[in-house]
Ligand binder design. Structure first.
Ligand code: GDP
Ligand code: IMO
Ligand code: MG
Length: 403
């Protein structure tokens, strides 16, 4: 059986903390989409780890970690991340079907961003997925056949507007392929065999549902399916294998990069949340845009993902606010909308006000939370329609309320 963890906002919800916390009870943690655009932070025993490609189960020796077929992999980034842990052979497996991000993808992305800025992480994610869908992508398994791989790359280069020396790419592959090849495996067959043996699998989403290429705020999205459905196409497990879908949301909301964000606070409240929540990107160090919890977006995301439970993160960041707003509806041009529109451009949030509280930080029991925080959490649960089973009150692994 497999369970899935997904972000239900615009990313950076705290998926890393939840996956790390859960991983002690799983045999495998699997990343199924995205690449090193992700930045998942884990704070364990006063050490902080920022993971980009390696699944967040890596800190537990019993846990095997899979970079599955739905991901796009930059060999240099992966080699650097593996080096942080010394050696992960036998504990990390990279799908032969995952696509390669090659150095020209970053250059192509810089060109695209100069024309119309999405505000991407500039890691080459979009162009690598473009090649995959365009059927000219190169895969991790191709590393086993270096001559053929180099021929295909030369063909791709010939069709590109950018100038890049074949030599640069040959050097790149010669440096990194030998470091990554020992990790390459048929991860889908592996997962099938392990599920049959009754092993427990946790699928770790990256980004968030509002960045999903189909259902997010297109075109201001990432280039993969970030919702739970992507966990199947991105790993080879089937829908029948999936049991729990755990949605992760912050008690407020953030977004990095461009695109609509109805409940954004551009003034003092936004700055207050940014400072208190240390809302600066794990991957690009960019200041995250901050705002209030958007119950409409989270309810929509929970429906898309089929969330069976929610984890509410960073409640402590709201400590000290006198009034907390929650977006409970959208309107456009004076008209209240019934459903999530295909574009959030020009949407006005409709807010409900809640009384704030002084201190929730480090709480480990619901009963120990201030009454007004309890009211806030219960109200979010009602608005979103999914049970909030975990509440996080600090970055630390053990500081969490379970209900
Ligand atoms: P992810 O991409 O979803 O894994 O989230 P990030 O790691 O990019 O961002 C979440 C940030 O919030 C990290 O720095 C975490 O250490 C931190 N964090 C997680 N949970 C909590 C919490 O409950 N309270 C506070 N104050 N910080 C938290
Ligand atoms: P985690 O897994 C937040 C955003 C970028 C940009 C858009 C497209 O840490 O939650 P891309 O480089 O993917 O083509 O950029 O998506 N983005 C993220 N925002 N958290 C992330 O990952 C993100 N990964 C991409 O800022 O707006
Ligand atoms: Mg992140």
């Amino acid at each position: 059986m497999a369970d899935v963890v997904v972000g239900v906002q615009w990313g950076d919800e705290g998926k890393g903390k939840i996956v790390d916390r859960l991983a002690q009870d799983y045999d495998f943690v699997v990343r199924f989409q995205g690449g090193h655009n992700a930045g998942h932070t884990i704070v364990a025993s006063d050490r902080t780890y920022a993971l980009h490609l390696i699944p967040s189960g890596v800190l537990y020796p019993q846990c095997q970690n899979i970079i599955a077929n739905g991901m796009v992999v930059a060999l240099d980034a992966l080699a650097q991340e593996i080096a942080l842990f010394g050696d992960l052979k036998g504990r990390l497996f990279v799908s032969e079907r995952a696509h390669l991000i090659l150095p020209y993808h970053q250059i192509l992305e810089s060109d695209q961003e100069a024309k119309s800025a999405i505000g991407t992480t500039r890691k080459g994610i979009g162009p690598a997925y473009q090649d995959k869908i365009g059927r000219v992508g190169l895969r991790v398994g191709d590393l086993r056949h270096p001559h053929l791989l180099k021929e295909k790359i030369a063909q791709n280069l010939a069709h590109m507007r950018i100038k890049m020396q074949m030599r640069t790419l040959t050097d790149y592959l010669d440096t990194y392929a030998p470091q990554i090849l020992p990790y390459v495996a048929d991860t889908t067959s592996m997962l099938w065999e392990e599920t049959q043996k009754g092993k427990r699998i946790l699928l770790e989403g990256a980004q968030g549902s509002m960045l999903d290429v189909d259902f997010g705020t297109y075109p201001f999205v990432t280039s993969s399916n970030t919702i739970s459905a992507g966990a199947c196409s991105g790993s080879g497990l089937s829908v029948k294998d999936i049991k729990e879908v755990i949605g992760v949301a912050k008690a407020y909301c953030t977004r990095v990069g461009n695109g609509p964000f109805p409940s954004e606070e551009k003034g003092v409240i936004g700055e207050w949340l940014r400072q208190r929540g240390h809302e600066f990107g794990t991957t690009t160090q960019r200041a995250r845009r901050c705002g209030y919890f958007d119950a409409i977006a989270v309810r929509y995301a929970c429906r898309l993902n089929g969330c069976t439970q929610l984890a509410l993160m960073k409640l402590d960041v709201l400590d000290g606010l006198e009034e907390i707003l929650v977006c409970v509806g959208y309107s456009r041009g004076g008209e209240v909308l019934k459903h999530m529109p295909d574009s959030l451009q020009d949407i006005q949030p409709i807010y409900k006000s809640f009384e704030g509280w002084k201190c929730s930080a480090h709480a480990r029991a619901f009963a120990n939370l201030p009454k007004t925080a309890q009211i806030y959490i219960n109200a979010l649960e009602e608005l979103v329609g999914v049970n909030i089973r975990a509440i996080s009150t600090s970055p630390k692994r053990e500081e969490m309320i379970l209900r």
